[in-house]
Design a protein around this ligand. Structure first.
Ligand code: ADP
Length: 295
């Protein structure tokens, strides 16, 4: 199965060009979507999820025209938006049963079986009677995944799912997603760049509505190998370094600045070659559009 986005554009009524001629092919497995705030990630995901119209372009899931067959797409779609409300005074079990009814599963016994299988999958069986309002952030996200998995979707879209989760909850959540990702398309947007390296077979970087990069995380990192240099400098020297080098990121460390710079040739000047991380790919890609170095 393959999702093929072609020349997709969207301008909001207020004039914001959220998507500019995006063409992207997404295969089965986990696909990471990276980009700064306002890049257009949610706009892209909502369009794929049939929740908003595009102005131009097409999206096909194999032969299925996504923009023209919304109902059919919704049958095979699982969508976990950034903020999904939960009804605080209803239990996970009741809520899933309700969603199953909405999905048209009329037979009580069938729903019961489905709901308990989903609860088991997201490890909420022992908490199924508790009201959703009492759930922790991680439990809510796992519940969100359970509801998005209703009806065995072939395409799952999760928009920044780990915001507010602690590292252990994040791990559990990701383990769950990876298992699901094996025979579905999972599109995941996140701010945590290294998570994309760990989890995703392919990824894309978008910025200001444009597709800036698409490829495999490991290959992207290899492309930069030997071209990223680091050095610790005094804060007040930053401007000088910015003028002289292609600084891609900075990090304050004990009052000094650790800077990373991109160069095709050996930088000398006290710089050492640094092991490349996906963040270097991300920052050097979006640096074309966004001024990242702020003091
Ligand atoms: P991201 O998810 O990457 O943060 P969004 O898709 O939410 O980006 O937003 C892309 C751009 O479109 C931003 O400039 C945002 O302010 C704008 N935008 C998003 N939704 C709307 C809307 N419904 N109406 C007008 N502008 C919007």
């Amino acid at each position: 199965m393959q999702l093929k986005i072609q020349s997709l554009s969207k301008t909001y009524p207020n004039g914001v060009r959220a998507l500019r001629n995006i063409s992207l092919t997404i295969n089965q497995g986990m696909f990471g979507l990276l980009g700064p705030n306002g890049a257009g990630k949610s706009s892209l995901m909502r369009t794929i999820a049939t929740l908003q119209e595009a102005d131009e372009g097409s999206i096909f899931l194999d032969d299925l025209d996504v923009l023209k067959n919304k109902e059919q797409v919704r049958q095979i779609l699982g969508y976990l938006p950034q903020d999904f409300g939960v009804y605080p005074r209803i239990s996970a079990e009741q809520m899933l049963d309700h969603i199953a009814q909405l999905k048209g599963i009329g037979k009580k016994s069938e729903r019961k079986e489905l709901v308990s299988a989903l609860l088991e999958k997201v490890n909420l069986t022992k908490d199924k009677k508790k009201n959703l309002g009492t759930y922790s952030g991680g439990m809510k996200q796992r519940f969100g995944i359970a509801q998005s998995l209703m009806g065995s979707p072939k395409l799952i879209i999760v928009d920044e799912p780990t915001a507010g989760l602690d590292p252990a909850e994040r791990n559990r959540f990701y383990n769950l997603l990876s298992q699901i990702g094996e025979n579905t398309i999972v599109i995941l947007s996140t701010h945590i760049v290294e998570d994309v390296r760990t989890l995703c077979s392919d990824f894309a970087i978008i910025c200001e509505g444009e597709l800036m990069y698409t490829g495999q995380p490991d290959a992207a990192v290899s492309e930069l190998e030997g071209k990223v240099y680091s050095k610790t400098i005094k804060k007040e020297d930053m401007q000088e370094y910015r003028d002289k080098y292609r600084v891609i990121s900075t990090q304050l460390k004990g009052g000094n600045l650790n800077i990373r710079a991109y160069s095709e040739t050996d930088l000398g000047d006290g710089f050492i070659t640094a092991p490349v991380i996906l963040e270097d790919v991300y920052f050097s890609t979006i640096a074309e559009k966004v001024d990242l170095v702020t003091l």
